[in-house]
Write a protein that binds this ligand. Structure first.
Ligand code: SF4
Length: 354
């Protein structure tokens, strides 16, 4: 559509976001890091994580050489932990297979772990001026509304239509970094999900959703689905001002993070506790819930005290209470431990009695 890119660029020059720490960078490492962190995560949440990452690992070589456990620890709290594992794998791949330099085309970038088509396009556009279209959730919303594209954008035919639109709108190569940023900014600050500001929008004159009164209906929401509930029992085993944690398998929910030993039933937890030398019945706490994208975890913590010298299972370790804020723990487990800290450090635990 003639003028779409021009209007966006003009708007961005006057009203685009300024001062984000990754903005204006042509360094693919920094652009990649910010794009991965921004997937499904708000800018305000990402900024401190991004700054800590680049301070600790200023380039892809440094990140590739870091132990995965340190990467996971610094990522803890940002959620969607597969991103952190892929980040580390990707850094190692860039060093091992590309001599420490990111590939310079969107197609090659999309072959790296954890880099999807839209993220690859963003890196290629920002760093190498490639005419590659991005299509993250915000951009899907802008295009679905502006062009009146019905249907849930997560289904293949709708997504295909959006990619085709996105590709046809691209400006000449030299304008790609500003255009890509403009589209992101418009989706984040003007054409927002809940309260779009059409009066301030540079695309309002041609916006189909606005003209037809369908702004609130587009894009179509995800079709409802029944979320399954998974139940679990978590052992909070205390000993001498420490709590027992174990590293989870690399794949799956909370993969690679340290967490509380988890069991499918209270009976299984009691058996494991007996195996660790726990002689008193554990104290169950009220059930808690944590929502994942595809299911809800409903878990019951059980607090128990262990004797001082117990042989730990493989992958398990004692975590000192002072480490709770910095260890690579899933957010709901960290919250639980922070709440339990006063009780866990009460005189009985501090004395080290079983
Ligand atoms: S006019 Fe409104 S609905 Fe249309 S693109 Fe702009 S902000 Fe979004």
């Amino acid at each position: 559509m003639a003028g779409f890119a021009a209007r966006l660029l003009d708007w961005h020059a006057r009203h685009g976001r300024r001062g984000l720490p990754w903005q204006g960078s042509r360094d693919p490492y920094r652009v990649w890091l910010s794009e991965v962190m921004l997937q499904q995560t708000q800018v305000a949440t990402v900024i401190p994580y991004y700054e800590r990452f680049v301070a600790r690992w200023p380039d892809v070589q440094a990140l590739a050489a870091a132990p995965l456990s340190e990467v996971m620890a610094l990522w803890a709290g940002l959620g969607y932990y597969a991103r952190a594992r892929n980040l580390h794998r990707c850094a190692q791949g860039v060093v091992a297979e590309h001599g420490g330099r990111f590939p310079t085309s969107g197609a090659a970038l999309a072959g790296l772990p954890g880099i999807g088509r839209s993220t690859a396009a963003a890196i290629a556009a920002f760093c190498f001026d490639e005419r590659a279209a991005i299509l993250d959730g915000n951009v899907k919303r802008v295009l679905a509304r502006h062009f009146g594209i019905a249907g849930y954008p997560g289904v293949a035919p709708v997504e295909r239509a959006l990619w085709q639109r996105a590709q046809r709108l691209l400006p000449p190569a030299a304008a790609m970094p500003a255009y890509t940023q403009a589209l992101m900014d418009l989706g984040a600050t003007v054409c927002t999900r809940r309260s779009p500001c059409c009066d301030r929008c540079p695309l309002r004159a041609t916006c189909v959703a606005r003209r037809s009164g369908r702004v609130a209906q587009l894009p179509a929401p995800r079709p409802p689905r029944a979320l399954r509930i998974e139940r679990a029992h978590l052992l909070v085993a205390l000993c001498r001002g420490r709590v027992l944690v174990e590293q989870r398998a690399p794949q799956g929910i909370w993969g690679g993070l340290f967490s509380l030993p988890q069991f499918a039933s209270a009976a299984a937890l009691h058996r494991a506790l007996a195996g660790l030398g726990g002689s008193e019945p554990p104290q169950p706490l009220p059930m808690r819930r944590h929502a994942f994208t595809h299911y809800t975890l409903s878990f019951t913590p059980h607090v128990a005290r262990l004797p001082a010298a117990v042989p730990l299972p493989a992958g398990a370790r004692w975590l000192r209470w002072g480490e709770v804020h910095t260890a690579a723990l899933p957010a709901p487990v960290r919250r639980l431990l922070v709440e339990l800290a006063p009780m866990a450090q009460a005189p009985r635990a501090a004395s080290g009695s079983g």
